[in-house]
Design a protein around this ligand. Sequence first.
Ligand SMILES: Cc1ncc(COP(=O)(O)O)c(C=O)c1O
Length: 410
Amino acid sequence: MHPSHCLEEERLTSYEPQMSIPPSHNPPAVAGRLSRVAPFLAMDVLSAAAAKERQGEAIVHMEVGQPSAAAPRIVREAAKAALDRGAIGYTEALGLPALRERIAQHYRETYGVSVSPERIVVTTGSSAGFVLAFLTLFDAGQRVAITAPGYPAYRNILQALDLEPVTVPLRPEDGFALTVEALERAGSGMPLHGVLAMSPANPSGTMIGTDEMARLAKHCAAHGVWFVSDEIYHGLTYDRPASTALSVDDDAVVINSFSKYFCMTGWRIGWMVVPDRLVRPIERLAQNLYISPPYLSQVAAAASFEATEELESIKAGYARNRAILLNELPHLGITEIHPVDGAFYIYADIARFTNDAAGFCARMLDEAGIAATPGLDFDPLEGAHHLRLSFAGSESDCREAVIRLKNWLR
Ligand SMILES: Cc1ncc(COP(=O)(O)O)c(C=O)c1O
């Protein structure tokens, strides 16, 4: 008999008696800290919209922050060539040396900032970068400042790791900009261990200028606090370029991704730039958490830096969509919109229509066929009267959304 058969039989006989035991009435519980991890409402809206599409309805998608364009042609060609070569294996946990060098070159060319490739960590999307960063920078129970409105996963990842998010409310009259004063107002006297900044921001699109970035970094350094800068929407700016925290603070932890400007959401590939003393601890974590980022995506990502022409023309499409919405929404009564310096979202105060943005979005999906994200995803305090519209889709979708909204709000 084949040895694996023996093994299979053994397994069946040794399990059999257990199968006859009545099902337990005391099943083990899910870890308690996960009860604090909220769902990402944008993804819930996406599944509700997909269910409607399966029933034949035409939905305009403005809920999820992902480019509708495919990854650039040369990116896909680089991936195809790698597939044809065949050997797709693990890489160094910190990423392929060639990609880390190419990212370092990007910092020299784009920002005039010199970082050594050794300080670059390639990650499986910036999402994995947050997990690596938070585990490396903070011990359980430590307090990390995040903004409201802000990207919901920060709070959820922090809570999943037993860290304490400290909400920094941003004010519409400041254009939702994170400032040292906003941090001080939120500090509540207890020490912070980290500050998480984002520029351009999700959902508001607000950018932090170089001077304020320098003030924030200096404030953090003076208080012995880690300064973490999420720069995932860099490249997607409309009037002026975004500054990297590295231009004002060599000790900042910078997180970035190929998902947004580079149109590579599904490739799950991003990077971090970290101070020298973090490289080895992060490498140890990465080795154990996921061994290495995906090889194919790394090869493809390296090619994306040569796709500027194609990527800039995709960005020109976002600029047109942004102009359409900024012009048209005020005529529909959606007037409370802040700067949208960058990224591809409109974050609007819809208090004149509702105080229940989730219900409003559900009705908008049902009655107008437009999927949008309720503000509670981004702001547990003020989000109930806000809504986020993503304009990363096509121009025709954007125009269709305006027509549908006009009929629906009338
Ligand atoms: C501000 C911000 N950071 C990080 C992410 C995560 O992106 P990814 O894991 O695809 O790099 C997103 C996704 O929408 C985001 O909006």
